[in-house]
Ligand binder design. Structure first.
Ligand code: COA
Length: 258
């Protein structure tokens, strides 16, 4: 995998997009490689959480690689957006293990869309986020118009998209776009600390929660109904038996599926 660095840190897999000379811009190869790395991590029982970040201290991802699509036709552009959404952005959102975006600098266009498809975003104080596509005569195509409105509200999404502006980490925190802001040197520790906390809980129940939350944002599904079914299905799992027994016996749970 030439555009990614992959490391395991305890139960967490870290995936670093490694094109620092291009501010980690997402070209087609990188999208494919990311998709394959996520699929592999999702299938690996010893990986409980995934962190996606960018190489260097300047950028998470400065967008889709503009040099790749500036000559595309309408047909090519439709393929690009649909393929990207199917292969990577929807895949990340639906992966049944927590995925954190460690936003270590510019997260623009496809970079912010990548971060928004993750389950959580932790930003460093130097991060700058935005969807500048209208300044290029186009709109976000990797789910940005939908996920920004879901996370930050419709008004903020319109403002960010119409102005093509960048917001700083503290403004992103204030509008719900990121979960936490820390100094750049503390970014990975903060992400690992959250991963460590999550890995103590039932991975089966976490997968169930991911399906339930996503269901509310899926056309044709009723999130409340999905929640009822996911809640009920937990009662058949060894993790539920162990979790509740451990509580009643005043000991730490040792989840069989972890
Ligand atoms: N696609 C392709 N290449 C990109 C890129 C992108 N989205 N973003 C940055 N790069 C490349 C630059 O072309 C440059 O390459 P070069 O050295 O071969 O010329 C390199 O990364 C460094 O970028 P540069 O613009 O010189 O850095 P900067 O510090 O002056 O500016 C940004 C940083 C992020 C403000 C600026 O790179 C930028 O605006 N990038 C595009 C952001 C964007 O519109 N993204 C949405 C795409 S749909």
């Amino acid at each position: 995998m030439s555009n990614l660095l992959i490391e395991i840190s305890g139960l967490t897999q870290r995936i670093t997009i490694n094109r620092p000379d291009k501010l980690n811009a997402l070209n087609r190869d990188t999208i494919r490689e990311l998709s394959s790395a996520i699929t592999t991590a999702a299938a690996n029982d010893s990986v409980k959480a995934i962190i996606i970040t960018g190489s260097g201290d300047k950028a998470f991802v400065a967008g889709a690689d503009i040099s790749e699509f500036n000559t595309y036709s309408v047909h090519d552009a439709k393929d690009l957006a649909k393929d990207g959404q199917d292969v990577l952005f929807d895949l990340i959102e639906k992966t049944e293990k927590p995925i954190i975006a460690a936003v270590n600098g510019f997260a623009l266009g496809g970079g912010l869309e990548l971060a928004m498809s993750c389950h959580m975003r932790i930003a460093s104080t130097n991060a700058r986020m935005g969807l500048p596509e209208v300044s290029l005569g186009v709109i976000p195509g990797y789910g940005g118009t939908q996920r920004l409105a879901q996370l930050a509200g419709k008004g903020k999404a319109f403002e960010l998209i119409f102005t093509a502006g960048m917001i700083k980490a503290d403004a992103a925190l204030a509008c719900g776009l990121v979960n936490h802001v820390v100094e750049q040197e503390d970014l990975m520790d903060k992400c690992l600390e959250i991963c460590e906390k999550m890995s103590k809980n039932s991975s089966v129940a976490i997968a169930s929660a991911i399906r339930a939350v996503n269901s509310g944002y899926t056309d044709g599904e009723n999130g409340f109904e999905t929640e009822i079914n996911e809640f009920a299905n937990c009662f058949a799992t060894g993790d539920f038996k162990e979790g509740t027994s451990a509580f009643l016996e005043k000991r730490k749970a040792n989840f069989p599926n972890n």
